[in-house]
Design a protein around this ligand. Structure first.
Ligand SMILES: [Zn+2]
Ligand SMILES: [Zn+2]
Length: 82
């Protein structure tokens, strides 16, 4: 399960890895993967993290979405907002 810290979020899905193991650094206007530097634009701070399906991966529950204070979900693999 993902863990949210003030400066980073651990346990997220990313294109650079299998499973939900990536660590993303929290920036003013989004999150950046520490391993591959992929930038996801979203509002911070992250309120919580959910697993789910996205067009970027064919299998259900294979990606994670960060949810901001307004309930906007952003896929951490591709940055799609829904
Ligand atoms: Zn990555
Ligand atoms: Zn996605």
């Amino acid at each position: 399960m993902a863990t949210i810290y003030a400066d980073r979020v651990e346990g997220l899905a990313c294109r650079c890895c299998q499973g939900h193991i990536a660590t993303f650094k929290v920036e003013k206007d989004g999150l950046r993967c520490l391993w591959c530097s992929t930038k996801i634009t979203c509002r911070t701070p992250v309120e919580f993290v959910i697993k789910g399906a996205c067009a970027c991966t064919p299998e259900p529950d294979r990606t994670t979405f960060v949810v901001d204070t307004d309930g906007v979900k952003t896929c951490t693999r591709c940055g799609t907002v829904r």
